[in-house]
Write a protein that binds this ligand. Structure first.
Ligand code: HEM
Length: 395
């Protein structure tokens, strides 16, 4: 194979042959210049790990997306945590992480299980269904809404807001996404004020009231954070759930293995994260002249970490890196949640949710098969599906 065409800024580019491109880059040009985006892409696990770790050299404040308006410094308003650098990032993260303690995640589990059971009960067996529409999309939305403490009567706009926001990652702020933000802003400003006056047992109250050294987040900072949660937690978990179901449909022996031995479930969740890598990449900007893998990166240089490629790196995962194997040893870790100071805040929530979905599906379904070719999302960011036609076979 000769050097593939690199066109990472085109959402359609990622749909066909991207795995071959990753393989070629890892073998031949692990730090490659992509002319269309004016950035370097990193294809190897070790390089992605290093850049994620070295947060004094590689910063997030000048953009994290392949197509990021922050590169031109044009994003209005207070930044999301995802764009913060030290020391602001650590202060903000300390406060918001109070909503994501292991105890809070564990306390949510019974309600998540109830939601998953009810959702699965409504899915017919032995006939074609759209797994995205019936399970992968509604479950994460319900979980985030429950976590925040939003009453069920207000859940409907969540999917619309989240979809509009994620679209904005490729198209920039559109009229629809701006209208969604305005609706969200109004809704949560009211909720935050109410929680400050009368705290409840929910994450919204924990966030609204959390203080560190006498500081707490302002209303605007909190709404931006909630907006980040909707974007960061919905589409990603949706993609993990649908990507996992597809993987099991395509590798039926792995599902049978899981049915025989439920102790494999946590490892299966990790392998599904590695295999599907719902977020394809995030980027950083170099704060000084440096080098990666011997390639000079100038101050101000933009580097895109190709998580999906790093997660199939033979040097990290051995000769079976391209096999879906739920019994794989978990070292080294996959990079589906990123690494370092920005490592995914919702990782334990997404893991718990996916484990519960697997456990409940194992209790009912002997196997699953693809009923038609899945329809994938054209996106530079999310590795997801619009539709996953599946037939779930009952035991
Ligand atoms: C399978 C599901 C998920 C995947 C693959 C995923 C992936 C990621 C990745 C790769 C990052 C790193 C960003 C960076 O380094 O710039 C990140 C950050 C983040 N994620 Fe997730 N995520 C998932 C689920 C969630 C959930 C469920 C939530 C919350 C409800 C969430 C909230 C966040 C937040 C707030 C950050 C920013 C953390 C920071 O900048 O300090 N994510 N996620």
């Amino acid at each position: 194979m000769s050097r593939p065409r690199l066109a990472f800024t085109d959402p359609d580019y990622w749909l066909d042959g991207i795995e071959e491109t990753y393989g070629w880059l890892r073998a031949n040009e692990p730090v490659a210049w992509a002319e269309d985006g004016q950035f370097h892409v990193l294809a190897k696990h070790a390089d992605v790990l290093r850049v994620s770790r070295e947060n004094t050299i590689f910063r997030s404040g000048r953009g994290v997306l392949v197509r990021d308006e922050m590169r031109r410094g044009t994003m209005p308003g207070a930044p999301s945590i995802i764009y913060m650098d030290p020391p602001q990032h650590a202060r903000h993260r300390r406060i918001v992480s109070r909503g994501f303690t292991p105890r809070m995640v564990a306390e949510l589990e019974p309600r998540v299980r109830q939601t998953v059971r009810a959702t699965l009960a409504a899915i017919p067996a032995n006939e074609e269904v759209d797994f995205v529409d019936l399970l992968a999309a509604p479950v994460p939305i319900a979980v985030i809404a429950q976590m925040l403490g939003v009453p069920e009567s207000d859940w409907e706009p969540f999917r619309r807001w989240s979809d509009a926001l994620i679209e904005g990652a490729d198209t920039g702020a559109s009229e629809t996404s701006m209208a969604s933000v305005a609706e969200l802003w109004a809704y949560f400003s009211t909720q935050i004020t109410a929680r400050r006056e009368h705290p409840l047992e929910d994450v919204l109250s924990a966030l609204a009231c959390a203080e560190i050294d006498g500081e707490h987040l302002t209303n605007d900072e909190l709404v931006i954070f909630i907006l980040t949660l909707l974007v960061a937690g919905n589409e990603t978990t949706r993609s993990l759930l649908s990507g996992s179901a597809r993987a099991f449909a395509e590798h039926p022996l792995q599902w049978s293995r899981l049915r025989e031995d439920h102790t494999l479930v946590p490892g299966a969740v990790e392998e599904c994260l590695r295999w599907t890598t719902p977020i394809k990449n995030f980027a950083r900007t170099a704060t000084r002249n440096t080098e990666i893998h011997g390639v000079p990166i100038p101050e101000g240089g933009y580097v895109v970490m190709l998580y999906a490629s790093a997660n199939r790196d033979e040097e990290a995962f051995g000769a079976t890196a391209n096999c879906f194997d739920i019994g794989r040893l978990t070292e080294p870790g996959h990079l589906a949640f990123g690494f370092g100071e920005h490592v995914c805040l919702g990782g334990s929530l997404a893991r718990m949710e996916t484990r519960v979905v697997f456990e409940e599906m194992l209790a009912r379904f002997a196997s699953m098969e693809l009923a038609a070719e899945p329809e994938r999302i054209a996106s530079t960011l999310v590795n997801g599906m619009v539709r996953l036609p599946l037939i779930l076979r009952e035991s």
